[in-house]
Design a protein around this ligand. Sequence first.
Ligand code: HEC
Length: 92
Amino acid sequence: MRKLFIAILLAAVTLGSVCRPVSAQTMSKDEKRRLILKGAKLWPVYCNQCHNPRPPGEKAPYEWDQEIMHMRMLGNMPADNARALVEYLKAR
Ligand code: HEC
């Protein structure tokens, strides 16, 4: 019984850390800075393809997750580029 309890506890802890959404994962300051710089370079490249590049201040930070998910689907963006763009747009 005790082993079963420990196994369930371990499974819950493992699943909890694997299934967290990307934005909830802790990120070091260096990693965040790297993403923001990458996003700043990608912003005029990607966003200018279809319309004027929408400035970071156009949306509240919490709105950019959804906005970039939508643009990512339209533009067929790789995940790491979309993540960098979100960090850049939220940083303003
Ligand atoms: C593949 C083309 C394409 C790319 C690349 C693209 N967009 Fe868009 N975007 C659209 C289209 C089409 C619309 C308007 C229709 C819609 O919302 O689906 C739009 C609408 C928007 C809107 C307005 C949505 C609203 O709330 O009315 C924002 C903000 C936006 N884009 C931001 C961006 C940003 C930031 C980028 C760069 C990461 C980007 N887009 C890249 C095609 C694109």
